[in-house]
Design a protein around this ligand. Structure first.
Ligand code: ATR
Length: 287
């Protein structure tokens, strides 16, 4: 029931109409008996600053930020967490002093998803497909978790080189090696964890895949697709048909939300509660 004690959280982005975040946060609030509601706010580019200021004035407890505002929002904050600053993108705002502080929960969310799937990063050789915002965050995660080597492959090789240079310099390790996607045949022999961080294969283009060469998939022991619609992408199918294990990105979506919820409410969400939310997300993402 909404009453005088109810706190508001929300999402700013454009578009926001298909978001699953209200399901995550409103379910968490219900299961944990917190007086909290979460609503989506469609915010145009030129209104981001006003939206953040207005939300603070309205005593909004916290906000999520989605495309296309994840970088733009940073100049409207009183502080940005070190990790979010490094990644250059903020997806969670928490009330702090006289404004909001920005965090990035996408990357810790992916890490928690890896832990939950039993996927290790330490000492691994990793292939990242893509060099956009998502791939960049994944490359930072890998560099910070002591992977042995990252091959960052992108259609436009110069973008891969740019991201590799930035991640290597900010993490103080020369572990990211950029490659053109068309050079995937030059990937050294070995067994790799591959993280699919492009939009290729996303519903409704479910037959598309960024690489369909059999020789590539023979080298992949685990494939993690950040896409969760469909739940069995062409990339995942190819990994599995060559004996590898494959996961979709729904747990990353879950945990980025759980971590934001924890930041807003100063709680730690029990795993069985997170799994209840996951069950509902799994049904909703199917629609
Ligand atoms: P996001 O923030 O979700 O990562 P993005 O920044 O738009 O989105 O990045 C999309 C990624 O998908 C890029 O790596 C893009 O490759 P380019 O940098 O060469 O554009 C990749 N991508 C999109 N469509 C692709 C396609 N048809 N084949 C290969 N890569 C593709």
């Amino acid at each position: 029931m909404i009453d005088g004690h109810t706190r508001t959280c929300g999402l700013i982005g454009n578009p926001v109409e298909h978001t699953l975040s209200p399901l995550i946060h409103n379910t968490l609030a219900e299961l944990l008996s917190h007086p909290l509601v979460y609503v989506p706010f469609h915010v145009e580019d030129e209104n981001v600053h006003k939206a953040v200021e207005g939300a603070y004035a309205l005593n909004v407890l916290g906000l999520n930020v989605t495309v296309p505002h994840k970088s733009r929002v940073m100049k409207s904050l009183v502080q940005v967490d070190e990790l979010a600053e490094k990644i250059g993108a903020v997806n969670t705002l928490v009330r702090f002093g006289n404004g909001f502080k920005g965090y990035n929960t996408d990357m810790p969310g992916l890490y928690r998803a890896f832990l939950s799937e039993g996927i290790m990063l330490d000492g691994q050789e990793v292939v990242i497909l893509g060099a956009g915002g998502a791939a960049r965050a994944v490359a930072f995660l890998c560099a910070s978790k002591n992977v042995k080597k990252v091959y960052l492959m992108n259609r436009s090789a110069d973008k891969a080189a740019e991201v590799a240079k930035e991640v290597n310099s900010k993490s103080g390790r020369e572990c990211v090696c950029p490659m053109a996607l068309s050079d995937h045949g030059k990937l050294p022999e070995g067994r790799f964890l591959a993280i699919q961080a492009t939009s290729v294969g996303l519903y409704p283009n479910v037959d598309e895949v960024v690489i369909d060469d059999e020789d590539f998939y023979r080298k992949i022991h685990t494939g993690y697709d950040l896409i969760y619609k469909p739940r069995d992408t062409r990339f995942m199918q190819l990994v599995k048909s060559h004996g590898g294990r494959a996961c979709h990105g729904l747990k990353m979506l879950l945990y980025q939300g759980v971590i934001a919820y924890e930041l807003w409410n100063g709680v730690s969400v029990p795993e069985e509660i997170a799994m209840q939310v996951y069950g509902l997300l799994d049904e909703a993402a199917e629609r």
